[in-house]
Design a protein around this ligand. Structure first.
Ligand SMILES: *Cc1c(COP(=O)(O)O)cnc(C)c1O
Length: 354
């Protein structure tokens, strides 16, 4: 049991729900009536409140804007046909949030604020959770440095927020991917395993250049040789070679430990597939492709869940796939949907009831 905390609530005078589209909302465009807010001051978390979603006041010298101490999470909630609300594996996101905080020299957020604050906030804005198939409520916890001075040192004050955003189906079209050989997302000893804002900022130029070449995203490779595969865009990556599923291992600290990645590994093993978490190089992919044993390639993440890869370009080589024939990815996707839609028993305890 989590210690109960008293979270004061300031309610909106008038809900915006009726003015918001109820289906096919684009990702992250609409926000619910309320947000959770807390401030870290004098070494402790204070002012935990739920209040109307609204602009914040900030100083132009706010530390997060200048030095980038900012981390976030991405979680989804669903509503079943009886109106019950469930969040998918939020404790894993809570744990990861505090691992990101530690790496970015930021204070941990206590469980009673993160988890109970999220529960209370979602319960309040429950009517905003779309009940339609493949729709969800996207949950965005975020923390950033709020000291107002330009000296370079860890901030002494921080703000923590939880925002809620109703979202329609994320149509994950099969992706055309180019293997990245110039830019680097993450290096050992760096911050690649943390979900900090700068990782996203640093990735955008590579993605834009890929798009200019007619590709959707890049397949990140290691910083030293540009040959060991890391992630696809901001998703974890899986390959099926000769009926074995392979995904890059986490020990170097260059891979974000996706909750979807972990769920997919669990389900693949339940399907009877062998799963290997290890180093995998572009040379191994090319060789398998040449032999005809590279069967599937796909990315995993909370927003899209599973995104198939239909083309991989490396130098002048083009590897083409037919995602319509991806049996493994399709079955994992279906099994995850069945768990979310409560069509099968939740044997893993992944669905957290509000
Ligand atoms: C968030 C994220 C993922 C996916 O993690 P999930 O927990 O599955 O949503 C993968 N890679 C990067 C770089 C990320 O930031």
């Amino acid at each position: 049991m989590i210690a109960a905390i008293d979270i004061p609530v300031v309610k909106v005078e008038r809900s915006r729900l009726a003015d918001t589209p109820r289906e096919n909302m684009p990702f992250g465009k609409y926000f619910t009536d309320h947000m959770l807010e807390a401030d870290y001051v004098d070494g402790e978390w204070k002012n935990v409140t739920i209040r109307p979603y609204q602009p914040l006041m900030m100083s132009p010298s706010m530390a997060a804007l200048h030095y980038g101490q900012a981390i976030f999470e991405g979680i989804k909630a669903y509503r079943d046909t009886s109106g019950n609300a469930y969040v998918f594996r939020p404790y894993d996101n809570f744990a990861r949030f505090n691992r990101s905080a530690e790496r970015m020299n930021m204070p941990a957020v206590p469980e009673e604020i993160f988890m109970e604050g999220m529960r209370k906030l979602i319960a309040m804005d429950k009517d905003w959770i779309p009940a339609l198939k493949d729709h969800s409520l996207y949950i965005r916890p975020v923390m950033f440095a709020t000291d107002t001075m330009l000296g370079v040192r860890p901030s002494e004050t921080y703000k923590f927020l939880i925002l809620l955003s109703p979202t329609g189906p994320y149509y994950a079209a099969p992706m055309k991917i180019v293997v990245e050989e110039t830019y680097t997302r993450a290096a050992p000893g760096g911050v690649g395993f943390s979900k900090n804002a700068g990782n996203y900022g640093g990735s955008m130029l590579a993605a834009t250049k890929a798009r200019q070449e007619g590709y959707d995203q890049v397949l990140w490779t290691d910083a030293f040789e540009h040959k060991w595969l890391q992630e696809v865009g901001m998703m974890n990556v899986f390959f099926v070679i000769g009926n074995v599923a392979i995904t890059p291992s986490l020990e170097e600290g260059t891979i974000l430990a996706g909750v979807t990645r972990d769920s997919v590994i669990t389900i693949l093993r339940e399907m009877g597939l062998k799963v290997e978490e290890r180093r995998i190089s572009i040379d191994e992919l090319l060789e398998a492709y040449g032999k005809g044993t590279l069967q599937e390639a796909f990315g995993t993440g909370t927003a899209a869940v599973i995104a198939m890869i239909k083309e991989l370009k490396y130098k002048d080589f083009h590897m083409n796939f037919d995602p319509g024939k991806f049996k493994v990815a399709a079955e994992v996707k279906q099994r995850l949907a069945d768990i979310r839609e409560a069509k099968v028993p939740d044997v893993h305890g992944w669905m957290w009831k509000i």
